[in-house]
Design a protein around this ligand. Sequence first.
Ligand code: 13P
Length: 254
Amino acid sequence: MSRKKIIAGNWKMNIKPSETAALVKGVAEATKDFAGVDIVCCTPAIDIPAAVAAAAGTRVEIGAENAHWEEKGAFTGEISTGMLIDAGAKYVIIGHSERRQYFGETDETVNRRTRAVIASGLTAIVCVGETLEEREAGKLNEVIERQMNVGLKDVTAADCAKLVIAYEPVWAIGTGKTATPDQAQEVHALIRETLAKLVGAETAETVRIQYGGSMKPSNAAELLAKKDIDGGLIGGAALKAEDFAGIIAAAAQA
Ligand code: 13P
């Protein structure tokens, strides 16, 4: 099964609207020869219009960093999938560990958001991953299986066309510590096995699983060479067009 590689940047809370066009255009320009890789910039909601305008006519697609499960109503501060679609976004990151850690995101709210995103026609990038404490306590498998089973409850095989999963070990995010390619592959295989139990093995083979956590041009190739690593979700290195393009170049050769 050959899955198209997907490299997505997660800008987090880092780039202003006035800085957005330059970064998106820089990425588009530096990666125009790398057909065969899906390229996504997930930006703060307020940057999306500028990002979509800058990406027009290029292979770069734009995503959001979160979405609410209700279509509209009294939810101050939230953004709906309909608003994101209207603004031109195509992807939404759901359940990032920073949202779980700082904003009360749970596996149950991840599930509600994920189902709403997929139902809207946007593609959900659903994040899972263990903390260092959980890994050291021998709970890695249990945590990943729970995040998958609850987070993806009632997601069907047909829904998987609009699903990407990101494995982000919390201890590797923004720390400079990367999971070794073998460590990452082991968890990616577990994610695929767990998904197979939910939607069937054949469908699970089609779903792309990204690695995220201190991925950079110098370590991308060895991670992306692994059987079940189908792309990357990139934080720090997505904030400079040159670094992000270096990872996309590695994906184009993997
Ligand atoms: P870093 O690449 O900065 O470690 O962040 C990874 C991440 O959290 C992407 O969602």
